[in-house]
Structure formats: C-alpha cells, structure tokens
Design a protein around this ligand. Sequence first.
Ligand code: GDP
Length: 193
Amino acid sequence: MKVTSSEIVISAVKPDQYPESELPEFALAGRSNVGKSSFINKMLNRRGLARISSKPGKTQTLNFYLINEILHFVDVPGYGYAKVSKKEREAWGKMIETYLTSREQLKAVVLIVDLRHPPSSDDVMMYDFLKHYDIPCVVIATKADKIPKSKWQKHMKITKETLDIDPNDQIIMFSSETGYGKDKAWSALKSFM
Ligand code: GDP
C-alpha cells in the first residue's frame, strides 16, 4: 500500500478515549526495544512519527495513527521492560487486555519479535493470549538485516517453534533498515480488511 498520509489522532488509556470511528484497526505489539516504532515508521514512510524510544517502556498509552484516512494503527506500549513497577505493569496489562478483547474495529494484532533471538517468554505469553481470545494475528520477525541471509531460515524455524505458531498464521521476515518484507506485511494486513 502506498501511504500518502499518516497522523496521530489520539493517545488513549481507556475506551471512552478511543476514536469514534468504524475504520479497521491493527494493533502493534512487542517487547520494549524490539523495533516496533521503527516498524511503524517504515510501514508509514515516516521517520519520526512513532517515537524511536530512547527510554524503552516509556509510552504507556495506546497511540492511534490514522493512515490514508482508511485505517488505524494502534501502537501498544512495549512489554517486558524490567524497570517498570508492579503497579504500572498491572495497569498496562489491564489497558491492553481491555482494548484487545473488546474493540470491534480491531482486525488483527501485529506481533513484532526479533528474528535474531528466540521469542522471549513475554512474546510467547502475548501470542498465547491472542490465540486464547481468538484474535487474528500476523507475526513480524524484524531486524533481519542483522543476521546473514544464510541463517534466516534457521532463525525463522526457531521463532516458529518457540511460539508454537499456528500454521494458519502468517509470519513475515522484516527489516526496518532495508524495508525488506514491507510489501508482504501490507498484503497481510490488507487480507484482514
Ligand atoms: P521499540 O522500543 O520497540 O519501539 O524499538 P525501536 O523502534 O525504538 O528500535 C530499537 C532499536 O533497534 C533502535 O536503535 C533501532 O534503530 C533498532 N532497530 C529497529 N529495527 C531495526 C531493524 O530492522 N534493523 C536494525 N539494524 N536495527 C533496528
């Protein structure tokens, strides 16, 4: 998809702040520092729209981006940041759970993992959560440029096995550095619209 416009419409923490819109939504989830902001920016051809975090775990709001006036990306705060208090983590969990399990406009969750390493226990938990609630998802294995091509398939295999991925779910290799996988990622999202 050729993105010609993208803007943040609101940062929400509770349902009455979600945009009143019927447009399809895609939520972006991943552990802190996985490369989620970079993924969003690459998909939208924008450099600094989603803030590339110097302080991981900082954003504790759901950030809604309107794209081409036809869909929303919803940036979900990154999980697994150690320096967050138990209370903050609980508030985070509640906010995410409410959004993911009740938002009718949500078409799919884009779960971003790091192709270099096996998915973390938090990644596995997030994936299991999506499966449990029957929420469609696409897995993006990013930072592909950081490993040699000859090892891509091996890393993909480990990623799939660690998540125990449903064979019906799409998993796409990606690089925000080179743009590899961008067209595939857009096609995957479009298939849910
Ligand atoms: P977030 O916390 O998940 O939003 O992660 P960021 O997008 O801020 O990325 C964390 C770090 O990884 C930054 O230094 C990025 O420049 C880097 N990064 C993210 N994606 C890629 C990628 O595909 N390739 C490379 N080489 N670096 C990346």
